[in-house]
Each structure stands twice: as C-alpha cells, then as structure tokens.
Write a protein of this length. Structure first.
Length: 495
C-alpha cells in the first residue's frame, strides 16, 4: 500500500485525518480473524433495522450497500434538551460476520467518517464511525450561531460521540445477527488514538482492545502549545525560512544519528539528543545566512513553551521532526502561517472570536490562554486521566504507538502519560500486563520517514485479547518506492 501518494495530495490540515487510514491499514501481517460464530447469518433484514428502538436515537436509514457487502445504518443520537445531533454510521457485513465489532476514530476536529467502515467490514467486522456531533473537519462548531460556546458540541466531540456510536453499533449488531459481538475493538490514530484512550478512561466497558496511534491526548496542552513556534517568531520579529528549519533538523540528525550505534538517518532516542542550533550560526543555507536569532527561535521550538518566568508548560517537538508544519511561513517578506488545527483551536475554543487575529499574540497572551485552555477543557478533552484500573479490571488491553519524529504531536507527551499510568496502575510491570507503549524511531505523524513503519498492530491486539498472548514486540518495516521491504526492525515495549 502506498501511503505517500495518498498523503501528498492532501492539505496540511488533513494530515491528521490521513493518519487514521494509516493507523488501521492492512499490512503484510494481516490475517482474517477467525469467525467466532461460524456460519452465522442475519436474522432480520437490513431495512427492518430502521424500526429498532433505542433511547434518544433516530435511525435515519438502513440500506444495503452491495458493493461493500454491508448493511449501512445511519442513526442520529441526541441528548435532550440540548438538541445536538450525533451522526453514527454502522456497517454490518451481509455475510461472514466474524462476531466482533470495531469502532473507528477520526482525525483533527473530524470525529470520523463512513469511509472508514469498509476496511473492517471487508474483514468480517461489524464496524462503526461517528461525526461526534458536527460535520466536517473545522473546529468552528465550538461556537454556536450566536458566537457562544457550544458546550454540548464540545462534549460530543470530546468524549460522548464515540460512546454513543459504540452503544448503537453493538445494539444493531445484536438485532441484525441475533447475537451481540463477543469482542469489541477500537482503532484510531491521532484524534482516533485520543478517542480510544478516552473510551478506556470514561467508558471502560465499551471495548476489549484499543489500539491508539500517536494519540492526540493532552489536547488542551499540546494543541494550544502548537502555536508556540509562531509566537516565538512573531515576538522576535524573525520568521525563519523552511530551508533554515530543514537545515537545523538535518544537522541535529547528523549530530545524533550514530549515538545509537547505527548510522541510518534515524535518531533512535531523540530525548537524549541535545544538539544546539547555535552550531549553525554563520552557515550558508541557500542564499541565506543562518543567524543567532534563527538559532534562538529553533532552540525555543525544540525546548517547547515556557512561561515568562521560565517554568515548564509543555514539550517541544523532538529533534528530527519536521518543524515546518508548526513553524510554517510564506510570502515575501516572510510571514507566519500557523497550523490550521492550532489556529482554529485558538480562534474557536480559546479566543472564542471568529475574527481573532493571531498576530496580536504576545508571550503574556499565550501564557494566559494556554492556562485557560488547560483549566477550561482539560476535563472534557484532555484525555490524560491515568487511572485505567476499571478498564484493566474488566480485562481490557491497550497498545499505544507513537513516532519519535512526529511533527504534530510530541511523543514526549505520550511518554509522560504512560509514566503517569504506570504510577497509577501499580508500576511498570503491572501496567504492561494490560497496556503497552511502543515508540517508533524516525517516523512522523503518518508513521513515515527514514525509520521503519510498524505493522500488524491490530493483529497483535486480537491475539492479546482473545488468546492472552501479550505483544512482546512489534515488527516495523521500511519499504522502497516499489513497496519492497528493505529493512525490518523490532520495536520493544517502553521503556
Ligand atoms: Ca541511528
């Protein structure tokens, strides 16, 4: 499967969406899960599901999609008296249902998409997705038509929509096949990865296994923090060109590459790479000269946001990650071009003003609204509750995996969360009994890059849940342009 082609045609603000597809994509290690109810056939017609009665739920349609071999049910769930509309799509295989349900996550502000059902249905899963209460991938739903905060919409997107999808999906499967799914899985990356961990935190009975790629957890911290590179450049009146950002990344990789013993363009442990961009001062980058000011900007981006008194706010991007998505610039003279999701979060969630102009931001304003972000939205979309004991105690399993050159979500935030989980859940060994983290060197938010891409994650999850075989390793593969595997490496669970 060629991910590159799929990604290059997408706008940057859709990168988070695209990774979802990668997170759940088929791989060489894919095998058809064995049927849990061999020979089972539907006990009711697809059309008759329209009559199914569920609380606060209207089934809009139930139609056979012959091309995709599924009965596609579209339902609307609401939460009176709010008047919200959470749209849910459930795909039920017409034949060869394998007895399982799979929930699919979204990307960015997008809750999910009906297109994500097909891959699961083709492998025999009943599958679900939801728009989490708003259409499309913009964060504008956070304000209502009067410019006031749309709290129900924020809640639906933060945690409730995925739960509603799961309730509806399991009920429909039971009505269609006469049996409830024996196992349920959630797969997602980025926002999807966050949604999966939110389910484990808030609704521990929903899923047996959750695979969470580069999860967008710590959302109020890291999404607000992703405007930091622009604030730094703005405050210093020094917008740094893409060529200089790339030169600094390349220099960091060159400096730290062989610390792991293998010179392969990959920093295996970027947390130990302390390359100082001052080393580049005076170097020629194209027609430009790398300056002291450029080094200061890049140092601050790698360091991550700090309060004016110097104290820690959040993690910076790892050395080796592409700096341009967050430190984007364009025009002549260079102007800042903030990442779209970061900007929409600041506009609709923090400033709560559709006309807000980010270039008015100072260090003081950044600090103030970042703090507000954590206080106001931590409980609804923070997804950083480390107490997963309820999920663990009912037998749930989690695999988290995160690229160490992720240019959109610093992997350090995921490590931070996992360490807190270890403290809360009885230490490293006890935590590994139900939740494992795999860090993937040299790959970005789409698990691409000079490093190798993990494979077979979802299969590993099925073996863990259904056969009790915990994943002691994952296999990562590097492929060339023709799809041939040129390198494989083992990924071991953190630490
Ligand atoms: Ca290396």
């Amino acid at each position: 499967m060629n991910f590159t082609n799929r990604l290059t045609c997408l706008r940057p603000n859709l990168i988070l969406v695209a990774t979802l597809t990668i997170g759940v994509s088929a791989s060489a290690a894919d095998v058809e899960p064995k049927p849990l109810f061999p020979g089972i056939t539907p006990v009711s017609s697809c059309e008759s599901l329209k009559e199914l009665s569920l609380p606060n739920t209207t089934i809009e349609s139930a139609v056979i999609e012959a091309n995709n071999g599924m009965c596609l049910v579209t339902a609307i769930v609401t939460h009176p008296p709010a008047g919200d509309r959470v749209k849910v799509w459930i795909g039920l295989p017409l034949t060869n249902w394998n007895g399982r349900f799979v929930g699919n996550g979204g990307g960015g502000f997008l809750g999910g998409s009906p297109a994500s059902l097909r891959a699961g249905v083709a492998r025999g899963f009943a599958a679900g997705a939801t728009d989490t209460g708003h259409e499309g991938g913009s964060g504008s739903f956070a304000l209502d038509a009067n410019g006031k905060q749309n709290w129900q919409g924020i809640i639906d997107n933060g945690y409730l929509g995925i739960h509603e999808m799961t309730v509806v999906g399991k009920a429909l499967a039971k009505a269609f096949y006469g049996k409830a799914p024996r196992y349920s899985y959630f797969v997602g990356a980025s926002t999807g990865g966050r949604q999966g961990l939110m389910e484990a935190q808030r609704f521990p009975d929903d899923f047996d296994g959750i695979t969470s790629g580069c999860p967008a957890i710590n959302w109020p911290r890291f999404v607000a923090a992703s405007l930091w590179p622009q604030v730094v450049m703005l405050s210093k009146s020094n917008f740094v060109s893409k060529a200089k950002l790339d030169a600094a990344t390349a220099a960091a990789v060159a400096a730290c590459d062989d610390a792991d013993g293998v010179k392969d363009g990959v920093i295996d442990d970027p947390f130990r790479c302390g390359y100082d961009p001052k080393a580049l001062v005076g170097a020629k980058v194209g027609d430009e000269m790398f300056t002291e000011g450029d080094a200061e900007v890049i140092h601050k981006i790698w360091e991550g946001p700090r309060r004016q008194d110097g104290s820690f706010m959040w993690y910076g991007l790892e050395r080796g990650a592409d700096l341009f998505p967050y430190a984007g610039t364009g025009g002549s003279p260079l102007q800042g071009k903030p990442f779209s999701i970061a900007l929409e979060y600041w506009v609709y969630y923090l400033a709560q003003d559709a006309k807000w102009n980010w270039s008015t931001l100072t260090y003081a304003g950044f600090e103030q609204l970042w703090t507000k972000s954590v206080e106001q939205y931590g409980a609804v979309i923070g997804t950083d509750d480390p107490d997963l004991t309820r999920f663990r105690d009912r037998g749930g399993k989690i695999i988290i995996y995160h690229g160490l050159a992720d240019q959109l979500i610093p992997a350090a935030g995921t490590v931070d969360y996992y360490k807190r989980m270890q403290q809360q859940c009885g230490g490293a060994k006890a935590t590994a009994e139900f939740a494992r983290l795999f860090l993937v060197p040299g790959v970005d938010h789409g698990f691409r890059g000079p490093g190798a891409t993990p494979t077979g994650v979802n299969e590993a999850m099925l073996r863990w849940v259904e056969e009790g075989k915990a994943p002691d390793k994952l296999i990562a593969e590097k492929r060339d342009g023709s799809g041939k595997v040129t390198r494989t490496r083992l990924l071991l669970p953190y630490p």
